[in-house]
Design a binder for this molecule. Sequence first.
Ligand SMILES: Nc1ncnc2c1ncn2[C@@H]1O[C@H](COP(=O)(O)OP(=O)(O)OP(=O)(O)O)[C@@H](O)[C@H]1O
Length: 888
Amino acid sequence: MSANKGNKSTVTPMMAQYLEIKSGYPDALLFYRMGDFYELFFDDAVAASEALDIALTKRGKHEGEEIPMCGVPHHAAEGYFLTLIRKGFRVAVGEQMEKPEEAKKRGAKSVVRREVVRLVTPGTLTEDTLLEARRHNYLAALGKVRDEWALAWADISTGAFHVMPVGQSRIGAELARLAPSELLTSETVDEELREVLADLGAEVTVLGNASFDSSAAENRLCGVFQVQTLSGFGSFTRAELSAMGALADYLNITQKGRMPMLCPPRQEAVSRLMSIDAATRRNLELTRSMQGGRAGSLLAVIDMTVTAAGARLLERRLSSPSREVDVIYGRLEAVQWGTEAVAADGVREALRRVPDLDRALSRLSLDRGGPRDLASIRNGIEQAEAIATRLDGVELPDLLAGSLKGLRGQNDLLVQLEAALVAEPPMLARDGGFIATEFNLDLDEARRLRDQGRGVIAGMQVEYAELSGITSLKIKHNNVLGYFIETTALHADKMLSPPLNETFIHRQTTANQVRFTTVALSDLETRILSAGADALTIEKQLYETLKAAVLDQAPALSELALALAEFDLSVGLAELARQRDWCKPKVDDSRAFHIEGGRHPVVEAALKSSGEVFIANDCSLSANGDAASVTLLTGPNMAGKSTYLRQNALIALLAQMGSYVPARSAHIGVVSQVFSRVGASDDLARGRSTFMVEMVETAAILNQADDRALVILDEIGRGTATYDGLSIAWATLEHLHEVNRVRGLFATHYHEMTALSAKLDGVKNATVAVKEWEGEVIFLHEVRDGAADRSYGVQVAQLAGLPKTVIKRARTVLDALEAGERDRTSPKALIDDLPLFAIAALPEPVPAKSGPSEVEGKIANLAPDEMTPREALQAIYDLKALLKEKAG
Ligand SMILES: Nc1ncnc2c1ncn2[C@@H]1O[C@H](COP(=O)(O)OP(=O)(O)OP(=O)(O)O)[C@@H](O)[C@H]1O
């Protein structure tokens, strides 16, 4: 049953109000506040009960039919909001705007006034419980005016606000970088970009074109920032204004006019950042692993920050490495300071005590905060001061010297907050108890009266017990009766008869108890209550004053929070470099790419946890002038080709985000774009064939890569028939070399391609070494110059546990094919010549000989303590060779 068919004349006043409010929010689930609960009705109730797995009940009738209903307690609502949002719903929160008594004054049948105070959507969350502390929660808007596009994005939980123009072909990549949880588009844009947006995985909210009107946007934004003109913030294109304006409009709609604190918009220039498209991000597992979570991603492995804001800054940097040498250099200097300075450890310790200032500030500005947020601000400033003092007189690199300035200047606010707040205040201002004693004399006085009153009540209980002779008599309190005297029903008669009934006034009889009051108790209660209420009123006023004092300093506090995050990130990356033995890369404007002893940080960490060692490898892609430099990598399956390819891309990326890198040394001429593709990855979700996806992605590289691009191609062409695949891979490599002139790594199983190195100056061959022993492969994971002779696919299949008969048969087929290729016989003729498949009897194991053998003798002569690992390995090979020889 739908709520919309309600005929208001036949419905109860409350249902009429419900339907009226609901009609304004047809796309949201309306949480309608009723006392201590939020209730949902009609279709909303059915959908919510299913999504939340809560009971669906009924409440009254509407047009003769029962109304489906479900409800959740208001204090637990946040959790339910989150579940619903994760399941793709949006929630409208309808609150009671007055007390029931106030409504009654308007007439007995009046309904409490209710209004939607907030629309909860994925991009507009602020509650700690709903957010991931270490990740940004971006709300983005995509604006288009004529043929210009722009992206604006904000994190209202921290106040960050950015905008930038974007070319249409880059929209997907930029959205992949930001990974917003909600994207706003206009009706027109939504149609035009349906496919890109579907790929995004974010909630797309389509707004009317009016929200994107660029002229209205200017006024709206001037209103938000309370300025006459936006020119103080920079000059914006019409498309940028449109995107920012839509964002502001949406915040206004969802927050019901209560604008969150937003920093002035910062313009980002695309040309200053390394460009990494969506497929590359997925493929390199930068911030999310292939499984979708943070675990297993590069971010998870390198995150040694100790504050939430530091972790968010790290994610930002990793998602958008710079291509400006100065910026990169500045960040690297900061990390270097962290690795060397004695003071860095102390800074890290102080940072551990820093709370999430950004999010506390944002909640306070939206009036969703409480005393605990004030305490977060206090504790944050305290630690900032402590760090600043610790660094007094210490020589700092420019970036951190700038941050140090941001840490200072909040002493007045700190003094005020320290004096005002108790050490650990409660979350909500509602119940008081957060202002310290001796901060406000009136408050101290009101509290004294209130607390004394409680002492007097205890005395009164003793007095009445004596008077009545009932030792079990108690004075209790509840929200309905206030203070009352209670005895068991056993004493009812006595209490209700003279002389006691002259003092005790009967109030209530329950199954087992009788309750009374007295004139003296009522008086005392009034005094306690008013003292308590006075105390609460004063505390609430003080809360408002303190909140205003904090918000007054909001811009400076945001700067302070950023400065703390910068310190956290620098010392976090320094700690990482120290622990993992990473080196400071050299980054410049050349076209160098020279890495010695490079490692894959994620694979290395995984191997380490199982006690294995990662083999470091060099990589040299340095290019002459504007020529290309591509290494063609061949080698068996499982040898480590993919790992090698990715590790070099990751090293470039880490260097340009301003981090040390997992290598012995690294020299990188700035990379403007990174492309990484793996052949034939499934993309069934998008309904494209694997090969089609591979080709679409390859096309994107060939069309976009310039001579500053780093291109990593892993087995391109393997998704189709051998000769088609080889031809495509061949032509792709030629194009990358001749036209795009990139620096790149190209892994392939098409050994025919190794011939290209003779024809193309910028192409050289490399292979990952293996040793073959008795038909088995031993992976050495060493990258060497030269080409692999074969793929060892059959041997790997054997390792994977394919039945021995299948392996044997595969060997026969392979030998025939290889022999045929040499003699140029057609495959058809070869197949015809092969003997039929038969389950061959496996050879019996050779029985062991008795007595010490020659092999055993040699083993006895080995001196392990004097051998290098290489000599030891060689000795094992020799022994095995001997064994084989003996076995004949
Ligand atoms: N340098 C290394 N040192 C130690 N172990 C490594 C190294 N490189 C790779 N490995 C190990 O080898 C495994 C296979 O590596 P990878 O997937 O890169 O091989 P591949 O050559 O790309 O294989 P395929 O051709 O089958 O895709 C990895 O999971 C890792 O455990």
